[in-house]
Design a binder for this molecule. Structure first.
Ligand SMILES: C[S@@+](CC[C@H](N)C(=O)[O-])C[C@H]1O[C@@H](n2cnc3c(N)ncnc32)[C@H](O)[C@@H]1O
Length: 440
């Protein structure tokens, strides 16, 4: 047994050892959750990317459960670890299987409402032949003490230090609040004139014409209007780049880094003739499905933007550049743990190349929007500054504040920066950087 834990006096009757019976009681989904956490925390893989391999032998609702457990552990990791460390004599190694198993058991018992006996019984087989007694004892000590996780989660120290330095304490408070509760579902309507209709039909609220926010949506595909393609899922902040473009231009549009196509759909619905380019075949498949469902039209091009070039320049160009994705941590909490400065620098270098190359594909007098779903200045403000100093033919084109939800300002320098401490009363928003530029 691991020497870092001393059993509380008296007792511990362990559930039976792992066998196919205990696996049938829900262990496969916990094994899958363990594989997911391993992929994110040890190998630095995005959670979504790890899903297929990690849930290969898990079916039906168990797959969703594995995803939910792993995502919730990632949201509450610092608080779960603090609880574990409060009970062990010496800290368990960060990547020890016992710590992983405890995180999975505790998040079920303390956040997901799993009965305590089921939370521990389904997890003990994960440490079979190893520290079962330790895991059982630590879990028991914590749940018996009646301690709860803090209402407002702690952020991982490295992310907190980076963001506090960049954006200040209010942003940290907003970010912590943002992971305390599941985010609302935002949808963008194919026809903004139908906003009132869909607000009523979906039981939501609206922050902008063509936007509906639903607090507790349940299954997206079962909602009215989904199958008919009247709307698509898109955070309100993610809808702003295409809104800004459509406000300033019309005619032809090139949507670079387009898949799965939320912004392509917006541009097509706004009347642009759209060429949508993306390098990922898997994501392009989803883009085509989205076009099919919404009956909207775009030319879809599978290509690497660093090698591809259009036959002629366009009136409007959107670069929704690949990035660290730290702005979407509410739905993708893996970014809180796996994004570090080298990844941010690597993505920023790619963005700079895409931005510089695509700038030649806009007609004189045309409009370019550069956007990233990142909370890092290197992927936003710094990109804009470097671009403007290299391209005197471009100037910032500040949008009218009326294009944005009340609570999201236009920055004095003319771009839009959304942060987790914006729209907090309405359910928050993702972190985005959006710059609209006019070519002279
Ligand atoms: C932020 S996502 C785009 C989201 C999309 N615009 C939307 O609204 O649904 C970035 C996209 O960039 C694509 N990408 C990354 N590098 C690329 C490259 N060199 N050329 C083309 N697409 C690229 C990725 O496949 C990914 O789909």
């Amino acid at each position: 047994m691991d020497s870092t834990w001393s059993p509380p006096s008296g007792k511990t009757s362990l559930p039976r050892s792992s066998n196919t019976d205990s696996d049938a009681l829900g262990t496969p989904s916990r094994r899958a959750a363990l594989r997911l956490l391993d992929a994110v925390l040890r190998r630095g893989e995005p959670l979504e990317q790890a899903l297929v391999a990690a849930t290969r032998h898990v079916y039906g609702p168990d797959r969703g459960l594995a995803h939910a457990i792993a995502a919730e552990v990632l949201r509450r990791l610092p608080d779960l670890d603090a609880l574990i460390d409060s009970v062990t004599e010496r800290p368990l190694p960060d990547d020890a299987k016992a710590r992983m198993a405890l995180r999975i058991a505790l998040v079920q018992a303390l956040v997901l409402g799993t009965p305590h006996h089921a939370a521990i019984a389904t997890v003990l087989p994960l440490v079979d032949g190893g520290p079962r007694k330790l895991v059982h004892g630590v879990f028991g000590a914590i749940v018996r003490s009646g301690v709860l996780l803090p209402e407002i989660p702690a952020l991982p120290p490295l992310a907190e230090a980076r963001w506090e330095g960049e954006w200040g304490a209010a942003m940290i408070d907003g970010a912590a609040l943002a992971i305390a509760a599941p985010p609302p579902l935002d949808v963008t309507l194919a026809d903004p004139a139908e906003t009132d209709h869909w607000v009523a039909e979906l039981g939501g609220t609206s922050l902008l014409p063509g936007h509906v926010r639903i607090a507790d949506a349940g299954s997206v595909t079962d909602l009215p209007g989904f199958a008919e393609g009247r709307w698509w899922v898109q955070d309100v902040a993610a809808s702003l780049p295409a809104r800004l473009l459509a406000d300033a231009a019309h005619g032809s549009a090139i949507d670079l880094c387009a898949a799965p196509g939320g912004k392509t759909l917006q541009l097509a619905a706004a009347g642009f003739t759209v060429a949508a380019v993306d390098v990922s075949n898997a994501r392009i498949k989803r883009l085509r499905e989205n076009l099919f469902r919404t009956r909207l039209k775009a030319e879809v091009i599978a290509a690497d933007v660093l090698k591809w070039a259009p036959a002629e320049p366009a009136d409007a160009l959107l670069i929704d550049a690949p990035c660290s994705a730290t702005g979407i941590f509410r739905r993708h909490p893996d970014v809180l743990h796996r994004v570090h400065p080298p990844i941010i620098e690597e993505m920023a270098a790619l963005q700079a190349r895409l931005f510089a190359r695509a700038a030649d594909w806009v007609k004189p007098g045309g409009t370019l929007v550069f956007a990233t779903c990142s909370l890092e200045r290197q992927e936003g403000e710094d990109q804009l500054a470097r671009f403007l100093s290299a391209r005197p033919d471009y100037a910032i084109d500040a949008p009218d504040a009326a294009l944005l939800p009340a609570g999201i300002p236009v920055h004095p320098d003319g771009y839009v920066r959304t942060l987790p401490n914006m729209l907090t009363g309405e359910g928050g928003c993702d972190g985005f950087f959006i710059a609209r530029l006019k070519r002279g």
